[in-house]
Design a protein around this ligand. Sequence first.
Ligand code: DAH
Length: 364
Amino acid sequence: MGNYKDVEDIRSAFEADLKSIDNIKSLDEMRVKYAGKKGVLTLALKSLGKLPADERPQAGQELNILRDEIERELEAKKIAINNLENERKELSEKIDVTLPARGRDCGAFHPVMQTMYEIAEIMTGLGYSIALGPEKEEEFYNFECLNIPAWHPARDMQDTFYFPDNIESDNGKINRTLLRTHTSPVQVRSMLKYGAPLRVVCPGKVYRRDNDPTHSPMFNQMEGLLIDKDVSFAVLKGTIGEMMNAFFGRNLKNRFRASYFPFTEPSMELDIECVECGGHDAHCRICKGTGWLEVAGMGMVHPNVIRAGGIDPEIYNGFAFGIGLDRMAMLKYNINDLRLLFDGNVSYFLSGRSNRSERRAESC
Ligand code: DAH
């Protein structure tokens, strides 16, 4: 091509450099070297002045043509390098578009909360409302109103955590405050608030000074209360029996044993047929071979309690029951240590030691 020697030198140097370039970074360096402000081409254009005047136009024209060529070639090389890099990346990633998408982890309710919601749903289906009470309770509601005076031995069984502050209660007396030992105080609070007739269930946390494999200092209960006229023991038996059947999803044999609670008279406890062995395994770890599981305390509400609730026990009567929700969750989901319910480590549930729970976790 042209006869200006510098142009030919630059062109061949550029072609040689370009051949060895295989990445964008080196290409950019090359662009600076040839086409940059202080690059080879700029310097060459500046040095035109040193040429004899008749050679200058020709040399200038050739240099301009060369500059256009260099820019085109740099651009073409850039596209080639990018294409090559994309190809290399695709090959190394080996994307298999036929693979199934990765599953998403999803959250779930805690087994005790799930139990609480399920039982609440069964009971609201039977016309019960949900009533809640304070966890920091007054001694008056937690004990006195429930027919448990200060001297009563039942207080020993429900030792709890007292607060240093005393408050003036609705009865006008100065009252100690404590973490409630059961959900039963919500019975009286509900009667005072809503009057009779009344149907409520009261779920929530309760506290006692206990801590061993079968007792935790905090646990969950659900109280049930029905107040109406001429309520019979049979209604109580039918209600609680149906609730258990609905919760466990099948008809379970049950038996009612005479018992004692200060706030009910007469009182009884409900045993249901063992949900694990159905009474067929003498070595069953759940029922210890008895075939029965103790699941609830209950009875006809004591007249003193109805009176404390501001209702006339000569006109109204009713029944109450109390269920341990943690125990219900353990039975339904086959969890064999109460403390696991309050442990943040979920690996146990996924380890296969608790098969029924594991299946649930997987099906989520
Ligand atoms: N409050 C009792 C407890 O915590 C449970 C209970 C028993 C509640 C009998 C009741 C009942 O309403 O009638 O041990």
